[in-house]
Design a protein around this ligand. Structure first.
Ligand code: CDP
Length: 218
C-alpha cells in the first residue's frame, strides 16, 4: 500500500509547517485536514447554517466545492473564489473547532481525506489522521508543544502580520480549543501508543523536520 505519514497534534504546535516541509522534501502528497473543517465552517457561515445544525452542516461538508491549487484554497461553484486567507480568520478557526465535534460532519469528510492517499506517499496532518482516517499508517507522529510555547508562536505570527495580539487571550483561546479537541466523543485528539512523540517546546522547525525525516528513514 501507499505509505502514509500521519502527523497529529494540538493547535499551533507547528504541525502545518513541519508537515508541508516534510512532504516537499519527500515529494509526497500533502493533506491539511484542518483546512477542510475551516472550509466547512466558512461554507456554513455563507449559507446561513448554524454551526450546531448537524444535518445542515454535514450536507454542506458532503458537497463541499473546494479545491487546493498551488498552495491556494478555492471555494465555490467552479471553485473560483480564493479563500486562502479567509479560512485562517478567527471566525473560521472558532467555527472549524465547533463543526469538528459533529459526527456526521466528520463522516462526510472521511472518503475525501482518504482519497489523498496516492503514490509515492502522503503526509497527512490533523487530529485524527493516525486514529481514524489512516489507522494503518506505517508512520505516526504526535507533534506537540507546551500551551505557553504555542501561544507565544501564534503571538509572534500575528505581530509579524501587523495584527493585534494579546498573550493572555491567545493562551486562554488555545486552552479552550485543546479542551474541545480532547473532550469530543468522536475522534478526540490523543497520543496513540504507536505514535512517536515530538515535543517542539525546545525545538525549532528545522529540528522538528529533521526528526520526522529521520523517522521516515531519509
Ligand atoms: O490552527 P489549528 O491547529 O487550530 O487549526 P487546524 O489544524 O486548521 O484545525 C482547525 C480545526 O479543525 C481545529 O479546531 C480542530 O479541532 C479541527 N480538526 C479536526 O477536528 N480534525 C482534524 N483532522 C483536523 C482539524
Amino acid at each position: 500500500p501507499v505509505p502514509v505519514l500521519a502527523i497529529d497534534g494540538p493547535s499551533a504546535s507547528g504541525k502545518g509547517t513541519v508537515a508541508a516541509r516534510v512532504a516537499e522534501t519527500l515529494g509526497w502528497h500533502y493533506l491539511d485536514s484542518g483546512s477542510l473543517y475551516r472550509l466547512v465552517a466558512l461554507a456554513a457561515m455563507r449559507a446561513g447554517v448554524a454551526f450546531d445544525d448537524e444535518a445542515g452542516v454535514a450536507a454542506l461538508a458532503a458537497g463541499l466545492p473546494a479545491r487546493f491549487e498551488g498552495g491556494r484554497v478555492l471555494l465555490g461553484e467552479g471553485a473560483d473564489r480564493d479563500v486562502t486567507d479567509e479560512i485562517r480568520s478567527e471566525a473560521c478557526s472558532v467555527g472549524a473547532s465547533k463543526v469538528a465535534v459533529l459526527p456526521a460532519v466528520r463522516a462526510a469528510l472521511l472518503d475525501r481525506q482518504r482519497d489523498y492517499r496516492a503514490a509515492p506517499g502522503l503526509v497527512a496532518e490533523g487530529r485524527d489522521m493516525g486514529s481514524v482516517i489512516f489507522p494503518d499508517a506505517g508512520l505516526k507522529v504526535f507533534l506537540t508543544a507546551s500551551a505557553e510555547a504555542r501561544a507565544e508562536r501564534r503571538h509572534k505570527q500575528l505581530i509579524e502580520k501587523g495584527l493585534a495580539a494579546n498573550m493572555e487571550n491567545l493562551l486562554k483561546d488555545l486552552q479552550e480549543r485543546d479542551a474541545r479537541d480532547a473532550a469530543r466523543p468522536v475522534a478526540p485528539l490523543v497520543k496513540l501508543p504507536d505514535a512517536a512523540l515530538l515535543d517542539t517546546t525546545q525545538r525549532d522547525v528545522d529540528e522538528a523536520v529533521a526528526f520526522v525525516l529521520d523517522l521516515v528513514g531519509r
